[in-house]
Design a protein around this ligand. Structure first.
Ligand code: SAM
Ligand code: SF4
Length: 346
């Protein structure tokens, strides 16, 4: 199905063909998240199994295929792309890919999410490649607990990576912390204090039931955004803002600081009505919703019809018609989404 729009914005004008992707519910898709690899040097307890199996390499999109997907989306109206994973920075050649995607005419913003482990080596190159903003995951400031949660991570390396990102001059660096009851929930004020000291932002994310993890009971470990805000009230003043980065986070300002505190609350504050995003998995599946399985196999199009851009564009346009209204996460049920976050691209 072909969706015509009347977008006459400069960004819309830069797009070839229809200037926006719009779903059945009138939501305009302007944001694409791409998992550039399902592999990772960590095995975070909420994301993966300890002995996580990864996709055979030939099933993962090549860098050229990822670039082709990004180019098609931007031409169809996507304005923001996030590269994520797995750990995007462990994929060889990813910095060159960033430079090529950042140069796509019509793209406003290329951003990435990383666990920070490679940033001391790569932060400057990533910034030079045209990545404007960067999210860095940090769930604990205690080396032992950090190791327990990530199963493999070295906190000192990640902290050095955060400093390298600050030195490289990224705009609005943001930390992401998944808070689990009984694991790191007592660290919430310290994590905010750390962000304030560094002059950067932080978002707290409620754990989502993606893939079986076998580590903890997700319902028992659930720690809500409201609870986190209550915990913070004893230490910081949080002033609600209307600021948005175009995503599901609700932001609060801490007076006399540069820091914004965000809450991503898929359970306690559903954000589907404003959803503007779709995802491409490491294997090239276009996922229309993080919490549902509606998808289109872009890899089959790319490999079955090499270089056929019209076919790729048409597939993407038509896929908008199967974007579901929203997710139905239930922490108490067996996971209905069997793919892990690393494949999906968080
Ligand atoms: N490896 C990179 C990182 O950790 O930042 C990028 C990929 S990771 C899948 C992206 C984000 O998803 C991280 O901030 C991580 O904490 C979050 N995440 C992973 N599994 C999750 C889950 N089950 N529920 C909520 N957030 C999750
Ligand atoms: Fe790796 Fe990120 Fe998943 Fe942790 S959350 S295992 S760092 S992909």
């Amino acid at each position: 199905m072909y969706v015509a729009t009347t977008d006459r914005s400069p960004a819309g004008a830069a797009a070839k063909g229809p200037s926006a992707l719009i779903d059945r519910f009138g939501r305009r898709v302007t944001y694409l998240r791409i998992s550039v690899t399902d592999r990772c040097d960590f095995r975070c307890v909420y994301c993966m199994e300890p002995d996580q199996r990864f996709a055979p390499r030939e099933e993962v999109l090549t860098l050229d295929e990822i670039e082709a997907v990004a180019a098609a989306f931007v031409a169809l109206g996507a304005r923001k792309i996030r590269l994520t994973g797995g750990e995007p920075l462990v994929r060889p050649g990813v910095v060159g890919l960033m430079a090529r995607i950042a140069a796509l005419p019509g793209l406003d913003e290329l951003v990435i999410t990383t666990n920070g482990s490679q940033l001391t080596a790569l932060a400057q190159d990533i910034r030079a490649a045209g990545v404007r903003r960067i999210n860095i995951s940090l769930d604990s400031l205690d080396p032992g607990r950090f190791r327990q949660i990530t199963r493999k991570g070295d906190l000192a390396k990640v902290l050095a990576g955060i400093d390298a990102a600050i030195a490289a001059g990224f705009e609005r660096i943001k930390l992401n912390a998944v808070i689990l009851r009984g694991r790191n929930h007592l660290e919430v004020p310290d994590l905010v204090g750390f962000a304030v000291d560094k002059g950067i932002n932080i978002s707290f994310i409620e754990e989502m039931p993606l893939g079986s993890i076998g580590d903890h009971d997700r319902a028992e470990a659930f720690y809500s955004s409201d609870q986190i805000r209550q915990d913070l009230a004893a230490h910081f003043t949080l002033v609600p803002t209307t600021e948005t980065t175009g995503g599901p986070a609700r932001y609060y300002r801490i007076p006399d600081s540069e820091t914004r505190v965000g809450f991503i609350s898929p359970h306690s504050h559903n954000f589907c009505a404003d959803c503007n995003r779709v995802r491409v998995t490491a294997e090239g599946r276009l996922l229309l919703c993080l919490g549902q399985e509606h998808s289109l196999d872009l890899r089959a199009i790319l490999r079955g019809h090499p270089g056929d851009r019209e076919r790729l564009d048409q597939g993407i346009r038509e896929a908008m018609q199967i974007k579901p209204e929203g997710h139905e996460f239930d922490l108490r049920a067996q996971p209905v989404i069997f793919r892990h976050m690393n494949l999906t691209g968080g």
